[in-house]
Design a protein around this ligand. Structure first.
Ligand SMILES: [Fe+2]
Length: 266
């Protein structure tokens, strides 16, 4: 069994600056990391993947701050860029990580005991939208061919499905058909995990399940009207656990205040 903990969209700003003048995202990330550490013995993740928007502004200082926090977990961690990230600043900040390529998009693959973890770089610099471009599709195609039937968890920032939130779908993913074509040839069981929409949502791309995760920084109200105003709300945020135990299982961990646990009888 291999269990992956997913954090997405922490949007780090450098104090005293706050996200959109409202949210101390460093404090939010710090709280998230502390909650994960506290839950450690109950959840025992093998590795952590961060699915983009590590930083809100893409500065070297924000990546250094991020690293300092995430390293408190003492777990292997893997990163991919989101639309707010800076690819080259990330490459430098995490340059000692052997999985990151030295040039081009930050696409990577790593083999864990029962699972391949694959990171896809959907960042189109200067834009909010993302893309599975031909280079990334070719990388995924080669990787899936190489791993054969061993299960694969694919991490990418932009979800390959519409969220229904108009202002987010306006900056959604391009190249979905390209991705679908590659996935249709996969022999392995595949699950996609992503971020960007700051909500836990489940969609499909072809026959493959794709799941987006909540952000510790903010959430977007689920407003399906075409003219839904662009805006965010603060929330408790959370993280996700994904595992392969002969089948995929994914669970969202909500960090809102709760009382208990209380004993109960079935
Ligand atoms: Fe984000």
């Amino acid at each position: 069994m291999t269990r992956i903990l997913q954090i997405t969209d922490p949007h780090l700003t450098i104090p005293p600056a706050k996200l959109c003048g409202q949210v101390n995202t460093l404090a939010r990330l710090r709280g998230l990391v502390s909650a994960i550490k506290a839950a450690g013995p109950a959840q025992t993740p093998d590795a952590v993947v961060i699915t983009g928007d590590l930083s809100h502004g893409g500065s070297a200082q924000s990546y250094a701050l991020f690293r300092k926090e995430i390293e408190r977990l003492h777990l292997p961690f893997y990163v991919i860029p989101g639309n707010h990230d800076n690819r080259e600043a990330m490459r430098v900040a995490f340059g000692d990580a052997p999985y990151l390529p030295r040039a081009g998009r930050l696409n990577w693959a790593t083999e864990l005991p029962n699972l391949h973890l694959i990171g896809l770089d959907t960042l189109t610099e200067g834009k909010g939208s993302g893309e599975i471009d031909s280079q990334t599709a070719a990388f995924l195609s080669r990787t899936l061919a190489r791993i054969g039937t061993k299960p694969a968890l694919i991490a990418m920032h932009h979800p390959p499905f519409d969220s229904g939130i108009t202002f987010m779908d306006d900056i959604g993913l391009k190249g979905i058909e390209r991705l679908k074509t590659v996935l249709a040839n996969a022999r392995a069981p595949v699950r996609i995990i992503c971020g960007h929409v700051h909500n836990m949502m489940v969609g499909m791309v072809g026959d493959t399940v794709a799941i987006s995760a909540p952000s510790p920084a903010s959430s977007f109200p689920v407003d399906y009207r075409d003219d839904a105003p662009a805006g965010f709300v603060t929330g408790s945020g959370g993280y996700m656990l994904h595992e392969w135990h002969g089948a995929f299982r994914s669970c969202a961990i909500d960090l809102s205040e709760a009382e208990g646990p209380f004993p109960f009888r079935i």
